[in-house]
Design a protein around this ligand. Structure first.
Ligand SMILES: Nc1ncnc2c1ncn2[C@@H]1O[C@H](COP(=O)(O)OP(=O)(O)OP(=O)(O)O)[C@@H](O)[C@H]1O
Ligand SMILES: [Mg+2]
Length: 405
């Protein structure tokens, strides 16, 4: 599978794995409605790594969790938009995508972990402290690779076993152990599960996978736990891996190794990746394209090269100036003045206008849309808008370099 041409100008290409369109996720709080994600759109091309970056609280995790419908409702509410997802068969045969916000719960259970997998920031919290690692990774196989496990059976598995196997995770093995006539089969099954779990762990280059299988999470270091999470996530060869700040809790050297590992496994499995981080320099190392998020919206999208060398949105320009390696002089650090705006019942306006050096009157009155016509790639800033469409004189727009990239 080859990576599709990324939809740099926002156009839809045939080989997309996912397309987020005008996603809105709100939280009904006592103080009002928090517009955590408010009109977010981006595409993920088949085989690409898309970085989603932005300051804390800008809605990255809410966007990511929406793919798997993991937002608690209430207080959350999917207030609009859709997330289209093309499973492998649909991509290969030109079939229809599914809307992840609309699919029945039973389909979503199959998608989670099987088609779309997620790794989280804190592996310590995501793993169950009371279960050995083997059981936690095996769970994925029970849930999504039942047919494969049933092949370990000598002859066709009896119907109650098949039925149980397709129901809940782990039931297959437990059931097989319960009935004496099935015990020999259960050994076979256990061996097959051990093999699958061992292979999945070995793929993450974890030291001594057999020993790790018998360990409990508290016996492992942070880096090891993250490898277990990666093994779990990639066990079923998902079409899309969502990595939500997977290395934030790790120290820098381990961070680099985990990043490298994700990249290697992504190539081996041909998985598309949505990589979330607040750390621009980190995203730069592994992403093909980057979507910059600010206060519940996308500020701009471009290839990694474009975003780093030709940032168009004033927020991205500010972010890059704040990255230490991009500051011009040693010891001099730039910061973006002001604070992120209140997201409760916001008025129409550019969310960045209170902190923007280029803002004009229009920025405080009208929501900018993500548009690629002037900048050559999607940017949500009136500096790249059409004055005619906005009904203002060109001089009333923020003065930004409008020359195409
Ligand atoms: N369950 C919830 N109930 C109420 N508000 C929530 C809930 N989950 C998220 N939010 C709010 O939604 C907004 C976006 O949160 P989100 O977790 O997506 O931020 P983030 O960009 O991932 O930040 P970080 O970099 O700190 O992880 C925040 O204001 C947060 O307080
Ligand atoms: Mg987050």
């Amino acid at each position: 599978m080859t990576a599709a041409a990324p939809a740099t100008a926002g156009e839809k290409t045939a080989a997309l794995v996912a397309s987020v369109e005008d996603l809105r996720v709100h939280f009904e709080l006592k103080a009002g409605v928090l517009h955590a994600v408010d009109g977010v759109s981006f595409d993920i091309a088949d085989g690409e790594t898309l970085g989603l970056v932005g300051e804390t609280g800008c809605g990255k995790s809410v966007t990511a969790r929406s793919f798997l419908r993991l937002i608690p409702t209430p207080p959350g509410r999917y207030a609009g938009g859709r997330i289209r997802f093309w499973p492998k068969e649909a991509r290969q045969s030109g079939g229809e995508p599914v809307d992840l916000l609309q699919v029945p719960t039973s389909d979503m259970l199959d998608i989670r972990g099987n088609r779309i997998a997620m790794i989280f920031q804190d592996p310590g919290k995501a793993l169950n402290p009371a279960l050995p690692i083997r059981e936690q990774v095996a769970e994925v196989f029970y849930q999504h690779r039942t047919e494969d496990l049933l092949e370990a059976w000598n002859g066709r598995a009896p119907r109650p076993i098949r039925r149980a196997a397709s129901q809940r995770a782990g039931k297959l093995e437990r059931l097989a152990f319960k009935f004496p006539p099935l015990r020999s089969q259960s050994k076979r099954l256990k061996r097959r599960v051990d093999e699958l779990v061992g292979d999945a762990l070995a793929e993450t280059q974890i030291h001594n996978p057999r020993k790790i299988m018998a360990s409990y999470p508290h016996e492992l270091s942070g880096g090891m736990k993250q490898r277990v999470m990666i093994a779990q996530a990639l066990a079923c060869n998902p079409d899309l891996l969502i990595a939500d700040e997977p290395t934030t809790a790790l120290d820098v050297t381990i961070q680099a190794r985990i990043l490298e590992l994700i990249r290697e496994l992504q190539h081996a499995h041909q998985t598309s990746v949505l990589y979330i981080s607040h750390d621009l320099s980190l995203v730069r190392r592994i992403c093909d394209r980057i979507a910059v998020m600010y206060a519940g919206r996308i500020a701009e999208i471009g290839t990694t090269q474009q975003v780093f060398h030709d940032p168009r949105h004033p927020y991205t320009q500010g972010l890059l100036a704040a990255v230490p390696s991009f500051a011009h002089r040693r010891g001099e650090l730039a910061a973006i003045e002001g604070t992120v705006p209140e997201l409760i019942d916001p008025d129409p306006s550019c969310r960045f206008h209170t902190r923007c050096a280029f803002a004009t009157d229009i920025c405080g009155r009208v929501d900018p849309v993500l548009d690629g016509r002037v900048a050559g790639r999607p940017v949500a800033c009136h500096g790249y808008a059409s004055p005619e469409e906005l009904g203002v004189a060109a001089a009333e727009l923020p003065h930004l370099d409008r020359s195409p990239a």
